[in-house]
Design a protein around this ligand. Structure first.
Ligand SMILES: C[S+](C)CC[C@H](N)C(=O)O
Ligand SMILES: N[C@@H](CCS)C(=O)O
Ligand SMILES: [Zn+2]
Length: 326
């Protein structure tokens, strides 16, 4: 995945007219179909209990115009599955299932739509979601970056390595590291991509709670200086932060990196990691996303979508804004 080579990610961006659409809140949409994800495994519980809902949600985002589907593996981890009494083998099967379900949805949507002349869809890519260590902890620390003194680089690499290998074996088109809250975890991700000689594209997205720095308080300059050293990372950006932070962050990132910029913010509501609920806050509706999407593209983002509490209608609004191109 050397720099300069055209990747499937570049191709989908080009086919989409310069800015491709990422899907929206995956867990949110599972909940709207009645899934109970109030659990340490969060949305990954559905890999065990409701795999059909996972496929349904992927289909809904495809119909809404997503060019990239993010898989259901955000909070799917081997230690998480082991602590539920599953075997390593069962855990590995579930991880592979997350990619398989997204690939099946993509293939079946593409087969059905291909028969419709003049359809405006692109064949979507499947990104395997790799949630941060904080997501696995299920204590809200993907928004604080405070992993404590015992969590060093090696521990983070150990945490991520096997899942990454299994997800890659399952054949996604790319890897999506999500809600990374600090520089150390970004470093762990890039070292793993290198050590495992990963040949598919990847993006690394940070969360942000102040709109200026990573949640840990480290500057994005420090974080991006680390990522810029790796030619295994194709895109870098922000996910699950409030939309009103995004424009300024795109401007900041575009001065700090030449990599593709990816943004998929949440609705603006705030996750209460202790009580496990979304706190009402400044919340942005689909019309606002439609208008923001155009501005984010003008500021330099090439991958735009939604994260938690956004829905297929949000993605439809983004897709409408980006595909009614200038
Ligand atoms: C993106 S957050 C809302 C995911 C859930 C969190 N890791 C938890 O388990 O509390
Ligand atoms: N891909 C995950 C991100 C959570 S922050 C989801 O949409 O559920
Ligand atoms: Zn989110």
């Amino acid at each position: 995945m050397g720099i300069g080579k055209t990747t499937p990610l570049d191709e989908v961006i080009e086919k989409a007219g310069g800015c491709a659409v990422v899907d929206g809140g995956f867990a949110t949409q599972l909940e709207s179909h009645g899934a109970d994800i109030n659990d340490p495994l969060w949305s990954a519980l559905c890999l065990i209990k409701d795999p059909h809902l996972i496929k349904l949600v992927h289909m809904e985002y495809l119909e809404s115009g997503a060019d990239i589907l993010v898989s259901s593996s955000y909070q799917a981890t081997l230690p998480g599955f082991l602590s539920r009494g599953l075997s390593i083998e069962e855990g590995e099967t579930l991880l592979k299932r997350s990619v398989k379900l997204a690939v099946e949805a993509r293939d079946s949507f593409w087969d059905s739509i291909s028969e419709t002349p003049g359809h405006g869809y692109n064949r979507a890519l499947v990104a395997a979601s790799i949630g941060s260590y904080g997501a696995y902890l299920a204590d809200g620390s993907e928004y604080s970056g405070c992993y404590g003194p015992d969590v060093g680089l090696d521990k983070l690499k150990d945490f991520h390595r096997r899942r990454l290998q299994i997800l890659v074996e399952a054949g996604p088109d790319l890897l999506a590291f999500e809600t990374i809250p600090n520089k150390l975890e970004a470093q762990a991700c890039i070292e793993l991509l290198e050590e495992e000689n990963i040949q598919i594209p990847s993006w690394i997205c940070f969360s942000s709670v102040d709109g200026v720095n990573a949640p840990s308080g480290e500057s994005f300059k420090e974080c991006l200086d680390t990522i810029n050293k790796s030619d295994k990372v194709n895109a870098v950006g922000i996910n699950c932060a409030p939309p009103h932070f995004v424009e300024a962050l795109i401007c900041k990132f575009s001065k700090l990196t030449e990599k593709v910029i990816v943004v998929y913010p949440n609705s603006g509501e705030v996750w209460d990691g202790r009580d496990k609920r979304w706190l009402p806050s400044k919340c942005f509706n689909d019309d606002k996303f439609e208008c923001y999407a155009t501005r984010w593209r003008a500021s330099g983002a090439k991958l735009i979508g939604g994260c938690c509490r956004t829905t297929p209608s949000t993605v439809q609004a983004i897709s409408k804004a980006l595909k009614e191109r200038s």
